[in-house]
Write a protein of this length. Structure first.
Length: 375
């Protein structure tokens, strides 16, 4: 008997036939497909991280600080720099913000409960939701006569009222479309779902255009609101696996019920803490990346394409006759971008100036410039 058949029969029925998260990890000259920070960790921070890990190595015979107190305090201080004071008790962290989202769903979702998101948004939101036995409700973005991927107050509120979810995901700036949400949408969704936990995924907050407020400013007095962040993008620490959230301390306390004991290893805590101690240095590339993001938008526009305005470190662009074919043509030229499954669109990460140039040259070669659109 084919072992696959046996395993398939044993598997939870709701997981049968599913495909796993699978952004290709290919060895290519220009990798612009997972919104990583293209710049390596600066040498000064490399030294600090190495020293920090060396300093804790002898103590690895002991379990780590289960409460990650020093790291939690540093994360609270980092968030408070935005002008909204956040206390250590309001912070929770995990191995990437994906684990933080998993903790939220384990505690507030589960069988018999539903989570609503507005598609297209982060592909892991439905995956984490269904992994915990929570039912996923696919809400829709898109406004008549406005941006195809915008989410307006009336539409969001109507969908929340119709589905009465237990958890609502908002993603701002939204992956994969790039644009940030107005806080009016967050407040309206929060108020329209009086029993729901409202999670605002702000993985790309540091890249937002000036004047884009964070939902952190809404936390006071809203114990059902959660803002998640990550060190994977602006902080250039995707390999370090550290994500976090800010919420009412009653929420973070509930997450202790579902996390595995000692879920943040000693070395994870040491690495993240060392990086946070050099926050300014770690974030130094953000300005340069935003410049490349804006260059991607203008370059793609000049090629007659239609990039979506972005507050993140990536740009979604269309409209392509055959997105899959263009994806392959770019890959053949050494440039890996992301096919996020939106017909006629692809997503590209903003990297170094050289990477932008290589990408724009590859697009120019792969996609014939539209007549009348070129400058
Ligand atoms: C990249 C990304 C994350 C980050 O995940 P980590 O587990 O922290 O690496 C979270 N949310 C969104 C929307 C993302 O695009």
């Amino acid at each position: 008997m084919d072992p696959r058949t046996t395993v398939e029969a044993m598997l939870r029925p709701d997981l049968r036939g599913r495909t796993a998260y699978g952004a290709p990890q290919l060895d290519v000259p220009v990798a612009l497909n997972t919104n990583e920070n293209s710049y390596p960790v600066p040498p000064v921070v490399v030294e600090a991280i190495a020293d920090a890990v060396r300093a804790v190595a002898a103590g690895l015979n002991r379990y780590p600080d289960r409460e990650f107190t020093a790291l939690r305090t540093a994360l609270a201080a980092y968030l408070s720099r935005s002008g909204t004071p956040v206390g250590p008790g309001a912070v929770w962290a995990g191995n990437g913000s994906n684990e933080v989202l998993l903790h939220l769903l384990q505690a507030f979702g589960g069988p018999g409960r539903t989570a609503l998101g507005f598609t297209p948004a982060y592909s892991m939101h439905p995956i984490i939701t269904t992994t915990t036995g929570t039912t996923w409700v696919d809400g829709l973005r898109g406004v008549e006569g406005a941006g195809a991927f915008d989410l307006d107050v009336a539409s969001a509120v109507a969908q929340v009222r119709a589905h009465r979810p237990d958890v609502v995901f908002l993603c701002s700036p939204n992956n994969p479309t790039g644009t940030a949400l107005g806080l009016d949408v967050v407040v309206a969704v929060h108020d329209a779902a009086p029993d729901a936990l409202v999670v605002v995924d702000e993985a790309y907050a540091e890249f937002a255009r000036p004047g884009t407020p964070s939902a952190l400013t809404l936390l006071a007095g809203r114990p059902r609101l959660v803002v998640t962040r990550t060190m994977s993008k602006a902080f250039a620490l995707a390999g370090g696996r550290l994500g976090y959230l800010a919420a009412d301390p009653a929420v973070t306390d509930a997450l202790r019920l579902v996390r595995m004991p000692y879920h943040l290893s000693t070395q994870t805590q040491a690495v993240a803490l060392a990086a946070l101690e050099h926050a300014d240095l770690m974030l130094e590339t953000v300005g340069a990346i935003k410049e490349q993001r804006d260059r991607l938008v203008s370059g793609l526009t000049a090629l007659g394409l239609d990039p979506v305005p972005s507050d993140a470190n990536f740009v979604l662009f269309g409209t392509l006759e055959d997105a899959r074919a263009t994806w392959q043509e770019l890959l053949d030229r050494g440039v890996l971008v992301r096919d996020v499954g939106i017909p006629h669109y692809l997503r590209v990460t903003a990297g170094t100036p050289e990477e932008t140039t290589r990408f724009l040259e590859a697009v120019a070669a792969a996609v014939p410039t539209r007549t009348g659109a070129a400058p």
